[in-house]
Design a protein around this ligand. Structure first.
Ligand code: ACM
Length: 266
């Protein structure tokens, strides 16, 4: 059994240090094996332009955020998945870090950029991967990746039992869609969404909260409210994500007919 959960948080735009301190303080009181934080949770989301995002982003190898999350992970023996504005040379990615007691384990760079993110970030340049932590296999995707079922599927094919899904959702469809993603892939999904509004000179943007955890077969374990801070932790058995059988004669992975799906890859 594994204790997993999310932290639904309202970042103060541009106040990386303040957000980091608040998150570390809150998580210091949490007992969990795995916790997921929202997308871009230290910087906020609604950047004026790329240069503003660049000023707030960090190189993971020289990042106070990664350092503090690693220290926290070691202290609490808790795996942390978190949104992260990543600088890499002259590139800028909307990323998610996977951090364990040993430090940074992996960085996933969002593949499917949403709306004006295309003017701010470079698109992810590596495929989604799966990592063994505490006896289970986890994969990461970020927010709008949800609408491309290929991303969930490739993570399932690589063996993911838990999808960690940092998000800054502005539309209302994702939470419902993730129930289907879990049903069609028989994995758990932890969607950690932010709430609140980024008020900026060029306009405001409100985020929808309702972070959630969905089990295989599409069972909604818990959904948070739209407008409040919340840390939710529950105990799950990730091994139930391994059996892909739907009936005695149907298996979600083995029954696929990729010969007939080739056009998807064109
Ligand atoms: C989103 O991908 N942040 C909507």
């Amino acid at each position: 059994m594994l204790r997993v959960g999310f932290y639904q948080f309202y970042p103060a735009f541009g106040e990386v240090e303040k957000n980091l301190r608040q998150i570390v303080k809150s998580l210091s009181a949490v007992e969990a094996d795995l916790i997921v934080l929202p997308e871009l949770v230290f910087t906020g989301y609604h950047f004026t332009d790329r240069s503003e995002a660049e000023q707030l982003a960090e190189h993971p190898s020289d990042s106070r955020t990664v350092e503090m999350l690693s220290d926290l992970s070691l202290k609490k023996d808790m795996i942390i998945v978190s949104g992260f504005a990543e600088k890499s040379g002259d590139k800028l990615y909307n990323s998610s870090v996977l951090i364990g007691p040993q430090g940074l384990i992996h960085i996933y760079r969002k593949i499917q950029l949403f709306y004006r993110e295309k003017e701010i970030f470079d698109p992810g340049d590596t495929p989604p991967t799966v990592h063994q932590i505490k006896g289970t296999k986890v994969g990461m995707m970020i927010c709008f990746d949800w609408i491309f079922p290929e991303i969930s599927r490739i993570l399932a094919l690589k063996g993911a039992e838990i999808i960690c899904h940092p998000s800054n959702l502005v539309l209302n469809y994702c939470q419902k869609a993730m129930i289907t993603r879990c049903l069609e892939n028989n994995f758990f999904a932890i969607t950690a969404n932010r709430y609140g509004t980024d008020y900026r000179p060029h306009g405001k943007l409100r985020f929808t909260g309702q972070s959630q955890i969905v089990a295989p077969k599409g069972e909604l374990i818990y959904r948070a409210k739209s407008r409040q801070e919340e840390i939710y932790i529950t105990e799950i058995d990730p091994s139930i994500a391994r059996d892909k059988k739907i009936t005695e004669l149907n298996d979600l992975m083995r029954d696929r007919r990729p010969d007939f799906y080739r056009d998807i890859c064109s």
